[in-house]
Design a protein around this ligand. Sequence first.
Ligand code: ADP
Length: 511
Amino acid sequence: MAKKYIVALDQGTSSSRAMLIDKAGTIRGTAQLSFKQHYPAPGWVEHDPLGILSSQLGALTNLLITHAVEPDEIESIGITNQRETTVVWNRETGEPLCNAIVWQCRRSAPLIEKLCADEQVVKRIVQTTGLVPDAYFSASKIAWILDNIPDARALAQAGKLAFGTIDSWLIWVLTHGKVHATDITNASRTMLFNIHSGSWDPWLCELFNIPMSMLPEVKPSSGYFGTTAHPNVVGGIPIQGVAGDQQAALFGQCCFEAGQAKNTYGTGCFLLMHTGSVACTSTNNLVTTVAASAPNTKHIEYALEGSVFMAGALIQWLRDELGLISSAAESETLARSVEDTAGVYVVPAFTGLGAPHWDAAARGAIVGLTRGAGRARIVRGALESLAYQVNDLIDAMQTDAAQPISVLNVDGGAAKNDFLMQFQSDISLLRLVRPESTESTALGAAYLAGLSTGFWKDVDELRSLRSSSREFVPDMTGEERKGLLVGWEEALNRVRTTEASRKQAPQKGRS
Ligand code: ADP
């Protein structure tokens, strides 16, 4: 029977999905199952690795049953996953030692603080991994497990434990314990990986006291990982593509070359810019990460990455906490009902200001209120704040990469908002492309899997499959844009807490 489909497994933070993608790049079916989040202590977040597994395998089975897919119609599987989340399991029994420590979990922050007391250590971590040292990445999470779970250290030293991010855990189970591997994009988020040499770094493993025997084999994102052999799922299907969710989305948006960027407008925003074979060092606290590459790419490819904490979450806040809108979509109608915000700015620094500002103590504010500032102006100000935050990241990225972004590809729930997209284009002076299918993450995993077996010939074929639903081009006078950006900068200064901005604020007040 002819191979008709690639199956993409998209293992996310709140749910596991399986998708069926045909040769035209069209998503033919989706199945989704959520799983439980565990919050055992303040700031701690865990997932049960077996819960992740049953939701992911369940979604796969449901997909195949619902769409009456025969196993021999499936060419291969592509996997994409929540990044950094850490699983440690026993190689002999296949049992996880404890719950997975999720990327959001802060329990290992004290270890990072301790290590960061030495400036030389911080410098070397940044140089080697491209990451800003943080509990977010896997290294300190593995160390926590080894130091806190009974017998873990002894088992690790005896070579009996395996570490993996969620992709590795899924590959291990799907291949019935035959393959312990990860892909280079997921490896680059562990803070144990040298992104320049493309190998695990012995110095980092020693620093975090992690035996190298625990680490998976690192493979290119597009290529053979193993074949399914788990008794509860369809067997004999090769796993041919793997990438962390943001890198998969970059690939799914057909950003294959330096200067191409994508921004996902979800609960938060994730902006990634491909920088080709150059690992750019950021002077703005952006991270340098490995990008997923097509098969037979000679060099490691890189991307700069930055995120906005409050994006769609701000729109949820307007709806759920302030009751200013009844649905996220209503924000667009309201924003369009006024000409402008009349000087109202919303600074959503609910958990501090992220890159490139980095002011953890800053808190949110709505500034510039006058008697005429009604609900429409505040909602419009909130939408505009998403674009200003992304624009600040874009500016930082273009500076760090010493290269302009050629086009910004957009996806995520809030990318449906045409007002926001136009405003982003106006403020950032960029062409925005919103593809027909905004499921970039799953498409990226499928593309990686499909390219490696010739299901799709090359990246040009992938480009030809892509249809843009809409483009947005800048359409605002230079003067208006400049005035708005000055206003945003002043609004930021009202919430900043750093020494530099404290000095700046009164001067602005006097003038
Ligand atoms: P995630 O994957 O992070 O859960 P999604 O990509 O599903 O997020 O996007 C959901 C977010 O997008 C929500 O926070 C919601 O408030 C926001 N959102 C959805 N539709 C719109 C809209 N039309 N305008 C603005 N924000 C929207």
